[in-house]
Design a binder for this molecule. Structure first.
Ligand SMILES: Cc1cc2nc3c(=O)[nH]c(=O)nc-3n(C[C@H](O)[C@H](O)[C@H](O)COP(=O)(O)OP(=O)(O)OC[C@H]3O[C@@H](n4cnc5c(N)ncnc54)[C@H](O)[C@@H]3O)c2cc1C
Length: 376
């Protein structure tokens, strides 16, 4: 095979999105991944939630999240058109509820952060929360409604991305990359696959999620500090005609933060734990117990639903919880990784930024704060 414009290592939502946009722009691109779409992107709840995820310390991440959220309607429509499938973006908003005085104080602080950052959220009394979602526990003291926090099914998205990428002329290689391949001038010139084949390319984009810092041959000084952060998550099954709630519901019960997301397919997602556990992806019975207990406290009616799946996956974490995008200090080596809790939300923003890098060599100004150099 002649030299490609880019090889993308990792076909999760990030690698596939970058690949799709690059192929659509006319670049010759291969995504390599032995199990495309089956990493963290398969586990994700699919909340597009820059408002309820906002913290006072991470206002830059909130800015980027909002910039990505505004791109989602167009992104979903383009993806649906290129893939030939429906990609449902649900825009019913998110309700973050309080059980006790401590929760109420935490939500007051969150409301103050939202005011400072100019984010749209409103306080709702207990009765108003139950008008929005009648099956919420009557013990709820009130909540914060964020109309602009949406959701999408990430499994539908990655399946559509695989099709859209192929329809735009991209090639998916179902193999893992073993190591980087360097040319005579010590620039990265491609990757060596598990079977020994070398894919030569002008640029290599590392989008291997939680595994982005462990590929063979990565120069330590050019590699950002990406680490795995385990998340356990559950899927329950409801009658699509009789969903127990429609808006995303978040809250803290029994000391455990929990969220519930309902899809029109009848899937009800209950998530998620956060744990530093290396590359372990076993599901602990205690995690299932805690998540279900907290979720049933919020919406008692879900206790009748069958459990369809328990799953653990690895978020790609970074020291500042923000992604790492763009060129590294090694010529030819680029990163699109470290999306931690927000990779689904940030996919459209990431793709636009990385397309600019692939075509001009530099990040656009709106993504300049996310470069790999910030950790040096
Ligand atoms: C429980 C849970 C819930 C979440 N909920 C949300 C949410 O509601 N909203 C949100 O925005 N985000 C959420 N996230 C975060 C989101 O899932 C991630 O940020 C996002 O999926 C990262 O995408 P990615 O493509 O970088 O990684 P991944 O989806 O993990 O993809 C990486 C891919 O790289 C491949 N790979 C690894 N090594 C190699 C190699 N050597 N060669 C080739 N391929 C390789 C893997 O097979 C994998 O397919 C959640 C995450 C978890 C775990």
């Amino acid at each position: 095979m002649s030299r490609l414009d880019a090889v993308i290592v990792g076909g999760g939502i990030i690698g596939l999105t970058v690949g799709w946009k690059a192929a659509a722009a006319g670049l010759r691109v291969v995504v390599c991944d032995p199990a495309p779409g089956r990493g963290a992107s398969w586990a994700a709840a699919g909340m597009l939630a820059p408002v309820t995820e906002a913290t006072a310390e991470e206002s830059e991440l909130t800015r980027v999240g909002l910039a990505s959220l505004t791109r989602w309607p167009r992104f979903a429509a383009d993806l649906a058109a290129d893939a030939g499938v429906d990609v449902e973006l649900r825009q019913d908003g998110t309700l973050q509820v309080a059980f006790d005085g401590d929760d109420r104080r935490a939500l007051d602080e969150l409301l103050a952060v939202h005011r400072r950052l100019g984010l749209d959220s409103q306080w709702r009394a207990s009765r108003q929360c139950r008008e929005l979602e009648p099956l919420l526990s009557p013990r709820i003291r009130g909540g914060l409604f964020a109309p602009g926090d949406w959701q999408i099914d990430p499994r539908v998205v990655v399946t559509a991305l695989i099709r859209a990428f192929a329809n735009r002329g991209g090639r998916l290689c179902r193999s893992s990359a073993r190591r980087l391949h360097f040319d005579a001038r010590n620039s990265v010139g491609g990757v060596e696959l598990a079977g020994g084949q070398v894919l030569a390319a002008g640029a290599v984009v590392i989008a291997a999620g939680a595994h982005s810092a462990v590929l063979g041959g990565l120069p330590p000084e050019a590699t950002p500090p990406v680490r795995p952060i385990k998340g356990e998550i559950l899927r329950l099954r409801a009658d699509p005609e009789d969903l127990p709630f429609t808006r995303t519901i978040r809250g803290t019960a029994r000391g455990r933060s929990v969220y519930l997301v309902a899809r029109s397919s009848g899937e009800v997602v209950v998530g998620a734990t956060m744990q530093e556990a290396g590359f372990d992806t076993t599901v602990r019975s205690g995690a299932v117990h805690d998540l279900l207990h907290a979720a049933i406290d919020l919406v008692p009616a879900i206790e009748e639903l069958p459990i369809e799946e328990t799953l653990a996956a690895l978020r790609p974490g970074t020291p500042d919880n923000a992604p790492v995008l763009g060129p590294s200090s090694t010529p030819g080596l680029l990163f699109a990784t470290g999306h931690h809790r927000n990779g689904v939300l940030l996919a459209p923003f990431t793709a636009d930024a990385m397309l600019e890098v692939l075509t001009t060599g530099a990040l656009p100004a709106e993504a300049a704060s996310l470069g790999a150099g910030r950790f040096r």
